[in-house]
Structure formats: C-alpha cells, structure tokens
Design a protein around this ligand. Structure first.
Ligand code: ZN
Length: 203
C-alpha cells in the first residue's frame, strides 16, 4: 500500500506559504510506516520545532489502474475521508531552499492520519464537500472540495500516468489555508460535512 499526496491544490494555501501556483499537480509520497495507528497519539518528532497540521480529503483506491482516463476515474474509488498530512515545516523549508526532496519533512513516522471512511454514495457530490479541522474545539482549517485546483478525478487520472494505482492505496488531495503548528496537549478532530471522522491527541 502506498500513500500519494498532492501539494498546492488550493489557491488559498499557495498564497499563505507564498508558493508558486503550479502548472501541474505537485506529487509526493509517504511510506506505509507514516500511518498513525488508530487510537494512538501523534508524537511530535525530535527533529522539528514546527510541525504543521494539514487537513485534507483522502480517497481510497478500490481497483488496480494505470493511465486511467478522467471520465472513468470515479470508478476507482468508493470511499473518502479526511486525514492530516503532518509537515515538519522548518525541515521542509531547509529542503526547499536547497532544492532537495521533501521526504524527511513529509514522510516521517506518524506523518499521516487517516479518518474513518465513508462511502461516496452517502455524499451529494464529491466535488462539493465541506470539511474542517478543529483544535481543542476551535475550527482552525476549513475547506471545500469545489476550491481544489484539480478535482479528485483529475488527480487520479494524473497520478496514474506515473504510478500504477493498487487496491488500498490512499491519495491525500491537498490542504486548504490555515496550516499552523501543533503543540503538546492539542486535540485535533477532523470532520467531513458534520461527521467527525478522526480525533487525535498531540504529545
Ligand atoms: Zn498536504
């Protein structure tokens, strides 16, 4: 199982980090060891003083595909949730400055939180989902899938040109604005529409 992530998929988040708007989706990956096990806390790693939360919609691939046409991409996933792409922003900034890959900042153990999945047939449209992250009960990030630069079907089509998608692969689809540092004792909760799909303690 692999975890494929899309960066810079919301104009509002590109602006807050003063990044360039990409001409194509930005892709990076996390290994399966990045997943936080259910009921476990997120432990801030020693090598970072500035770990940010990034709430994102996450889709789970349900069949093998390569060179998937955009118009068939919807057949390659049934389930969707919210997750966190934890990012060691200080480490990432150093890597970006040197033009180096982001893995140490993005793919470390515990850097991927995935909520409980819901079936997309229970949603009106995957292109019109509202989701949010709360920290100690206060909303810190809120996003709408209609504001993605590339929607889910376009992401699946694009990614599958480079990587064969397999059953159980996860795609993180990018974060909206509002990324910020986490600290010990934070309680992060992810919601898709009004449904709470994860709850994780920071240590
Ligand atoms: Zn992200």
């Amino acid at each position: 199982m692999k975890i494929i992530c899309i960066g810079r998929n919301y104009a509002s988040h590109i602006a807050e980090l003063q990044n360039e708007r990409p001409e194509e989706p930005v892709i990076f990956m996390k290994p399966d060891s990045a997943l936080v096990l259910k009921q476990h806390p997120f432990v801030i790693p020693e090598f970072s003083q500035d770990v940010h939360h990034e709430i994102e919609l996450v889709v789970k691939i349900n069949k093998v595909g390569k060179y998937i046409d955009k118009k068939f991409a919807h057949k390659y996933y049934d389930e969707i949730t919210v997750g966190i792409d934890f990012t060691a922003r200080d480490v990432q900034q150093k890597l970006k400055d040197k033009g180096l890959p982001w893995e140490k900042a993005k793919a470390f153990d515990g850097s991927a939180v995935v909520g409980d999945f819901i079936n997309k047939i229970d949603l009106q449209s995957v292109d019109n989902i509202q989701f949010k992250l709360t920290n100690n009960g206060v909303t810190v990030q809120a996003g709408e899938s209609k504001n993605m630069l590339w929607n889910i079907d376009e992401i699946i089509a694009y990614v599958s040109q480079f990587f064969t998608l397999k059953i159980g692969d996860l795609i993180f689809t990018g974060t909206p604005q509002g990324v910020a540092s986490v600290k010990s004792e934070d309680l992060l909760e992810g919601f898709l529409e009004e449904k709470q799909l994860f709850r994780i303690q920071v240590k």
